[in-house]
Design a protein around this ligand. Structure first.
Ligand code: ZN
Ligand code: ZN
Length: 133
C-alpha cells in the first residue's frame, strides 16, 4: 500500500471512530471527551486530528456545535430532533433529555410585539448515576 493510500485509510478510520463516539454518547461531548473516548480505539490519535475531523463533520452537516450557557462548546449529531440538555453538577457530564417541557408553542407572541420562533434551555442538577451514589 502506498503512503498516500495509507494516510487516506487512517483518516477514514479516524473520522469513522470520531463520528461513532459522538453518535453513541448520551449527550454532547467536549473536544477532550471525544479525544479520550476515540483514543480507546485509536491510541495515537491527537487533538489536532480531532479538531480537523470535527470541522469536516460540521461542513458535511453531520455534527453541530452546542454552546452551553457557560460558553463551553460541545458537539452532537446534527440530525437529532428538538431536545434539551441536562448538565450534571456532580460529574460534569451533559446529557440529552427526551422531549421538550416548554409549553409555549412556536410562532406565539409571548409579549406584545415579541414573536417566538425557537428556544434554548439547559437544565442543571444530578444525573441518575450521581443521584444513586
Ligand atoms: Zn452525574
Ligand atoms: Zn424545547
Amino acid at each position: 500500500m502506498g503512503q498516500v493510500e495509507q494516510l487516506g485509510r487512517n483518516r477514514t478510520r479516524q473520522r469513522d471512530e470520531i463520528w461513532r463516539v459522538i453518535r453513541e454518547a448520551p449527550g454532547p461531548l467536549t473536544v477532550n471527551e471525544i479525544l479520550e473516548r476515540a483514543q480507546r480505539e485509536i491510541p495515537g490519535l491527537g487533538l489536532v486530528t480531532v479538531y480537523r475531523t470535527l470541522k469536516l463533520l460540521k461542513e458535511a452537516a453531520e455534527v453541530r456545535t452546542v454552546i452551553l450557557p457557560t460558553g463551553e462548546s460541545r458537539y452532537e449529531p446534527a440530525g437529532r430532533a428538538h431536545h434539551h440538555h441536562f448538565h450534571c453538577r456532580a460529574c460534569d457530564e451533559v446529557f440529552d433529555l427526551a422531549g421538550c417541557p416548554v409549553r409555549i408553542p412556536d410562532d406565539r407572541e409571548i409579549s406584545p410585539g415579541f414573536r417566538v420562533d425557537s428556544h434554548d434551555l439547559t437544565f442543571y442538577g444530578t444525573c441518575p448515576e450521581c443521584s444513586a451514589a
